[in-house]
Design a protein around this ligand. Structure first.
Ligand code: SF4
Ligand code: SF4
Ligand code: FES
Length: 317
């Protein structure tokens, strides 16, 4: 069964159950998304994908709205473009997007988003985890409040920098019902104070986290990052142009998860999982994601030297 909708004046047929985003993508209509990912249930958190549907009072999120027979959809109206621009501007004015997926900066350009028009960033307050819902003071209007805060580094496998968090909920979904079913993280607080947190804001090692890293795999901004990548970036030697990605099968058990080994200067620097693999759908467990040091065949000195120091040495030779 298929349904036919009209998008920007063109009839488009999609399978029954497909979303408006599926229909737009089938016609190669560029539709920005931030909180949507093929392997997660749509949460409608970001609203950057909105389109206009005839007869609907409000704009409609394309990522979750099922296409219905006879729907008339517009994706390029001033209202749609203005809404997308505002979403991107508000996010970019308050969040550090320096390590976000490069498609995001492309959309900023497409929609003319100019976060600088809200003024300079306010100094970081550093107290976001202690805020109580509803306790706000009036804004001065001269500076832009941001989510800037110190990075959380409490274990050897991955770090969290919520200055880069756009609150897309993807990590919460991946930790919860969509993949891991661990529920170690959730959204705490309300409004601008909303943030991703462990229970009672404890460190990851004291939380329910099992260090599968599935939250890192879905994070679109680099707020969640391998410690190896973080250390290499801090040392100024992280270089994606010099990296290779090799697809292989995890050797730890018989499930057959596919791995993508990211290597730089012949060292594995991080491990991801392909989205198009039916066994894992982009997800892994702690062994596949982080248990790779044993394949590096390093001598004792190298095995105990931090990776950023090793790669810096290689580069300087
Ligand atoms: S590493 Fe896994 S268990 Fe821990 S917070 Fe992320 S998704 Fe949840
Ligand atoms: S940490 Fe990353 S995945 Fe989680 S809500 Fe923030 S931006 Fe989204
Ligand atoms: S991508 Fe559709 S609401 Fe975020």
């Amino acid at each position: 069964m298929s349904v036919t909708v009209t998008i920007n004046g063109q009839a488009v047929s999609v399978p029954d159950g497909a979303t408006l985003l599926d229909a737009c993508r089938s016609e190669k209509i560029d539709t920005p998304t931030l909180c949507y990912l093929e392997n997660l249930t749509p949460v409608n958190a970001c609203r950057v994908c909105v389109v206009e549907v005839e007869g609907s009072r409000t704009l409609v999120p394309a990522c979750s709205r099922t296409a219905e027979e006879g729907m008339v959809v517009q994706t390029e109206t001033d209202r749609v473009k203005h809404s997308r621009k505002m979403v991107l501007e508000f996010l970019a004015s308050s969040v550090d997007l320096s390590t976000a997926d490069s498609t995001l900066s492309g959309w900023m350009e497409t929609y003319g988003a100019d976060p600088s028009r809200y003024g300079p960033a306010a100094p970081p307050t550093g107290d976001r985890d202690q805020r109580h819902a509803g306790h706000h003071s009036a804004a001065s209007g001269e500076v832009t409040e941001t989510v800037a805060q110190p990075a959380k580094i409490d274990n050897g496998l991955y770090m969290r920098d919520y200055s880069k968090c756009i609150l897309c909920y993807k990590c919460v979904e991946a930790c919860g019902e969509d993949a891991q079913n661990t529920f170690a993280i959730a959204v705490a607080g309300r409004g601008f104070d909303a943030r991703i947190s462990t229970e009672f804001d404890v460190g990851l090692t004291d939380s329910a986290c099992v260090f599968c890293g599935n939250c890192i795999g879905v994070c679109p901004t680099g707020a969640l990052m391998f410690r190896s990548e973080y250390e290499l970036r801090q040392a100024g030697v992280w270089d994606e142009d010099e990296q290779n990605v090799t697809r292989t099968v995890c050797s730890y058990c018989g499930v057959g998860c596919n791995l993508e080994l990211h290597t730089q200067d012949n060292r594995i620097v991080k491990v991801t999982s392909p989205m198009d693999h039916s066994v894992t759908d982009g997800h892994l467990c702690i062994k596949g994601r982080f248990g790779y040091e044993y394949v590096q065949n390093l001598d004792d000195d190298l095995a105990t030297t931090p990776i950023d120091v090793v790669l810096r040495g290689v580069r300087e030779k």
